[in-house]
Write a protein that binds this ligand. Structure first.
Ligand code: BG6
Length: 314
C-alpha cells in the first residue's frame, strides 16, 4: 500500500508539532494538530484546500494557530479571568486510544479520536474536572465531521458550565463575492456594538465591512456560497444552536500580528457555537456538539438540492 493511501498517519508538522493526516480513498484529506486539537487543512479529492490558514500563523505555543478550526472551550469570547476563546486551542491534546463507542459508528476509516483533560495548571484557572473527546472524521465523499463529547467527571458534585465554538476559517476566493444563506431574518448579538441584540434584515448576508455577529438559535444548516470559485460550503450542526460570523476586514487585519494585511479577502469564519445559553452539565453528564462540513459545486442552492447527490453526479 502506498503511503498516500494510509487512512490515518501520525507525523511531524510545522516546528516539529505532531499532526495526524487523514486520507480518504477518493483523494480527500485533512490534517489535525495535537496542539489545539486543531484541524489545519481539509482538501477535496482534487487536492484543493478548503480551509484558510494565515501565511503568518504561528505554530508555536502559547499562540493559537490562526486558521483551520480552533476549538473555543471552555468559553467563547472574552469573559472573566479566562483567556479569550478559552484554552483548549492552545493545549496539547492526546490521541484517545480507547474512546467510548458512538451510537452509530462512522463508515470511514479516516478518523482520529483526541482527548483533552485538565492539567493541574488548568485546574487553577478553571477548577473543573472533565474529559473532552474530539473525533475528526473524513467521510467517503470528502465531508469533514467533528464531534465533541464533553463529560463532567467531577467527584465533588460540581456542575460544569461552558460555552463553545468550532471557529472554522473557510477559504474563499474574494469576500465581496461571498453570500451566506440560512441566517437571514434571525436575531444576532453584535460584538461590534456591545453585544446588543438586532434582527437581520433582508436577504442572504453579504460582506462589505467588518462583521462580528453571534446569530442565535439558527437552523441546523447554513450555506456559504462562493460565486467566483463556484463552490458552496454547507455546514450542518447539531447541539450547537448559535452561529458566529466573523471577518476582521482591513483595519483589524492590520492589527493582528499573525494575519496578513489582505488576507481578510480570502477567509470567512462561520462558527457553529453554543454561546447565548451556556451549557451546564451535572457530574456524570455528557454533552455532544457536532459539525459536518461539505463543499459542493455551486449549482447547489441551499435547501433545493441534496449536496450528496450533486457530489455524486459531478
Ligand atoms: C471571533 C470573535 O470568533 O474570533 C471575534 O467573534 C474575534 O470577536 C475573533 O476577534 C478572533 O479571535 P482571536 O482570539 O482568535 O484573535
Amino acid at each position: 500500500m502506498s503511503s498516500e493511501r494510509v487512512p490515518v498517519e501520525l507525523c511531524k508538522g510545522i516546528n516539529g508539532l505532531e499532526k495526524v493526516v487523514l486520507r480518504e480513498v477518493r483523494g480527500s484529506s485533512a490534517e489535525v494538530y495535537l496542539y489545539g486539537g486543531q484541524v489545519t487543512s481539509w482538501k477535496n479529492d482534487h487536492g484543493e484546500e478548503l480551509l484558510f490558514v494565515s501565511s503568518k500563523a504561528i505554530f508555536r505555543p502559547p499562540k493559537a494557530i490562526r486558521g483551520g478550526i480552533p476549538i473555543c472551550f471552555p468559553q467563547f469570547g472574552n469573559h472573566g479571568s479566562l483567556e479569550q476563546h478559552g484554552f483548549a486551542r492552545n493545549r496539547v491534546w492526546s490521541i484517545d486510544v480507547d474512546p467510548p463507542p458512538f451510537p452509530t459508528n462512522t463508515s470511514s476509516r479516516a478518523f482520529i479520536d483526541l482527548i483533552l483533560k485538565p492539567s493541574e495548571e488548568d485546574m487553577k484557572i478553571f477548577p473543573h474536572s472533565y474529559e473532552f473527546r474530539l473525533r475528526v472524521a473524513l467521510g467517503p465523499g470528502g465531508d469533514l465531521m467533528l464531534t465533541s463529547r464533553i463529560r463532567n467527571t467531577s467527584t465533588e458534585g460540581r456542575p460544569l458550565t461552558f460555552t463553545f465554538a468550532y471557529h472554522t476559517y473557510f477559504s474563499v476566493s474574494d469576500i465581496s463575492e461571498v453570500r451566506v444563506e440560512g441566517l437571514e431574518t434571525l436575531d444576532y448579538l453584535d460584538n461590534l456594538q456591545n453585544k446588543e441584540r438586532f434582527t437581520e434584515q433582508g436577504d442572504a448576508i453579504t460582506f462589505e465591512s467588518e462583521v462580528d455577529k453571534i446569530y442565535v438559535s439558527t437552523p441546523t444548516k447554513i450555506a456559504i456560497l462562493d460565486h467566483e470559485k463556484k463552490r458552496t460550503f454547507v455546514i450542518r450542526k447539531d447541539g450547537l444552536p448559535d452561529a458566529v460570523v466573523w471577518n476582521p476586514w482591513d483595519k483589524k487585519a492590520k492589527a493582528m500580528a499573525d494575519f496578513g494585511d489582505d488576507e481578510y479577502k480570502h477567509m470567512l469564519c462561520v462558527e457553529a457555537a453554543a454561546v447565548e445559553k451556556p451549557i451546564t452539565l451535572k457530574p456524570g453528564e455528557e454533552w455532544r456538539g457536532r459539525q459536518e462540513l461539505s463543499a459542493v459545486p455551486s449549482s447547489y442552492c441551499s435547501g433545493q438540492l441534496d449536496p450528496q447527490k450533486v457530489l455524486q453526479s459531478s
